[in-house]
Design a protein around this ligand. Structure first.
Ligand code: AMP
Length: 452
């Protein structure tokens, strides 16, 4: 019987067609960005830096889902534009979207987990991706990473001051060149009168013809949005427009003056920008943005590193109790781009200096000292949100601090500070000016390390 002719081609030969024609490469989607290893180094260090600074300022980490119910965002006005939201196919009847910002998810979690029962304010921070189907522009991605700090349940102007201090020190440590823009947009009533005034201003002397198409559409309907437009023609008209400062109520005026006073006391530079409004959003009273400053010294209003403000009505509008709050969001891709050239790896394992305070003046003074010591390379910790000295000392012990520095009313008046050796319990009074010399002999520090 003739043997059947065997097919001797091996597997490799059989797959020959692969060699002839390679598959078409699939590109990443428009507006998306890869963070490749060489850039990830920066990204990851800055992310760690953000988290450790947030913890130092007494914020607790929270992670909320990337997918949320779209009502959460539609209700809160800021992202009410469906075209900007990525909807997700989930269960039938669920209106799921990819979150366009972190704040609303954090507030939903605050309400749902009954954080209102905790001592207020509740300070939360979160780092994670957000998704917006935006118009494509350089430096604007459809997936970006935000770092948010939220102070929930605090109506005092000190909340804004401490929040801006944390944001300022985060960027200062990264040696970024930046400028803080700040304004007050008052309450809804103030904005109503202001919008009427703006409307008549824009209708005067052919100003309308200089506006971009979007602003022409908003005219008469959404006057605050006109102030947020970055188009050159619109900015030109804006430079002569009436300012909201003239429409603020006594209460809003006093609140804002206090915020600025605290920033002055904390030596935090800012630019009062009478036209900063942060779009049509949920904010009231204080609003702020942080703009990168270019080599030539010009602030770039199109690539803000961060933005935030007071949102006293948002928790209530999402179904919670009235809860005055304030928050800020950084775009980490933009922060990375700004600081990339000056990066050093963090290395921070040291003895702890605990800073305790008693009374308002001592709090302000110790916040300034806190920054000085941290920048000098000390691993300095505090509990500014706690007024009781006993609780602060317990925290110092829990952190196994090497020394505690205690600043009370008497010390503020005498320009001294109490230094307590936490191992021996021995206390000594040190002249305030001499504190760094004294610490040098007691606690180790990392010189020249700015990240950690
Ligand atoms: P917003 O809540 O829109 O003010 O965003 C807060 C910060 O996130 C901004 O100041 C930017 O740094 C950053 N950010 C917002 N949108 C984008 C985007 N499309 N691409 C990159 N970064 C963004």
């Amino acid at each position: 019987m003739p043997r059947k002719k065997m097919n001797v081609r091996n597997a490799h030969q059989q797959k020959k067609p692969m060699e002839k024609k390679s598959a078409k490469a699939v590109d990443r989607l428009l507006g998306m960005k890869d963070i490749v290893p060489s850039e990830y180094r920066y990204f990851s260090a800055i992310r760690n830096k953000a988290a450790s600074l947030a913890e130092l300022y007494s914020f607790n980490a929270i992670k909320t889902p990337v997918i949320e119910n779209s009502d959460l965002y539609r209700k809160s006005m800021r992202h009410n534009n469906d075209k900007e939201l990525y909807s997700v196919d989930c269960e039938k009847g669920e209106n799921s979207i990819l979150r366009p910002e972190l704040t609303q998810g954090i507030l939903r979690a605050y309400i749902e987990n009954n954080f209102v029962e905790l001592p207020q304010p509740v300070r939360l921070y979160s780092i994670g991706p957000v998704f917006r189907r935006e118009k494509l522009q350089s430096g604007r991605y459809r997936e970006s990473t935000q770092f948010n700090l939220e102070v929930i349940g605090e109506d005092k102007p000190m909340a804004e001051a401490l929040l801006i201090a944390a944001a300022y020190n985060f960027l200062l440590d990264l040696q970024a060149n930046f400028q803080i823009q700040i304004n007050s947009i008052g309450k809804a009533d103030c904005r109503k009168d202001y919008s009427t005034k703006l409307n008549s201003f824009y209708k005067e002397r052919g100003r309308r013809s200089k506006l971009c198409n979007n602003c022409k559409k908003d005219l008469g309907k959404n006057m605050m949005a006109l102030l947020d437009c970055k188009e050159e023609g619109c900015q030109q008209v804006l430079s002569e427009a009436p300012q909201i400062a003239d429409f603020l109520s006594e209460e809003s005026r006093e609140h804002f003056a206090k915020v600025l006073e605290y920033l002055d006391e904390l030596n935090i530079p800012y630019n009062f920008n009478p036209y900063l409004v942060r779009g049509l959003s949920y904010y009231n009273d204080t609003v702020f943005e942080i703009w990168p400053v270019n080599e030539d010294g010009a602030a770039n209003n199109k690539q803000a590193l961060a933005g935030g403000g007071r949102y006293d009505n948002l928790v209530e509008s999402l179904g919670g109790r009235p809860t005055p709050s304030v928050g800020i969001a950084f775009g980490l891709e933009r922060v990375v781009a700004k600081v990339k050239e000056k990066f050093e790896l963090p290395d921070f394992k040291q003895e702890v200096v605990f800073l305790a305070q008693l009374g308002d003046q001592a709090k302000i003074k110790s916040l300034i000292l806190f920054e000085e010591l941290r920048r000098a390379g000390y691993n300095v910790r505090q509990s500014f949100s706690t007024d009781s000295l006993k609780n602060q000392m317990e925290e110092a012990a829990r952190l196994r601090s090497k020394v505690s520095l205690i600043l009370g009313k008497k010390e503020v008046m005498d320009e001294t500070i109490m230094l307590r050796d936490m191992e021996s319990g021995v206390q000594e009074t040190v002249a305030f000016k001499k504190i760094k010399d004294r610490l040098e002999k007691k606690v180790n520090r990392k010189e020249g390390v700015i990240y950690g």
